[in-house]
Design a protein. Structure first.
Length: 174
């Protein structure tokens, strides 16, 4: 995650706090851990959640980017126009979450999700599509993505899906 506020931090304390939060299902959008010399003082601050957006339609990417960036602590760190580019950008950028369209040229969202899970297994993935097929939902679950949302859902539902997925909580709405 990208720091929204710079400060000296203890990598050991930071790792411990992240592990405890993750164990309790609380993946913080962002945090910085500050420790005094005695290790007693700890402060949590917010960081920016970095999102990779993968869709073959530029106008759709722009619209989703605008929607995502209504949330102060979310930023699109990169975009890709097909699944293959999405996999490569995931490996290069290490985003906190990947949002993939299902239907794309060169490599579908399902294919890209499989490869991303292979290379970056901890990266949460949200698939979205105009298709409301139960078979698509089943395939998404089988691959191991964290969420699936239909393009016909409203903006608040899409934002709820992103929020759930970035916390590693399943969100399947179609």
């Amino acid at each position: 995650m990208e720091h929204a506020q710079s400060a000296t931090s203890s990598p050991i304390a930071s790792h411990r706090i992240r592990r405890v939060l993750k164990r309790n299902g609380l993946i913080p959008r962002a945090y910085t851990v500050l420790c005094m010399d005695d290790g007693a003082a700890v402060r949590l601050c917010y960081q920016i959640m970095r999102i990779l957006l993968v869709d073959d339609h530029e106008v759709v990417r722009r619209g989703i980017r605008a929607l995502l960036e209504t949330q102060n602590e979310w930023r699109v760190c990169g975009e890709a126009e097909d699944g293959l580019m999405g996999v490569e950008k995931t490996k290069a950028l290490h985003p906190d979450i990947v949002i993939l369209d299902v239907s794309m040229p060169r490599l579908s969202g399902f294919g890209a999700a499989k490869l991303i899970k292979e290379y970056c297994p901890e990266t949460p993935i949200l698939l979205y599509s105009m298709y409301h097929s139960p078979a698509f939902l089943d395939e998404a679950r089988r691959i191991g993505v964290t969420g699936y949302v239909a393009k016909t859902e409203d903006g608040p539902t899409f934002l709820m899906a992103v929020d759930a997925v970035q916390r590693n909580r399943p969100f399947f709405a179609a």
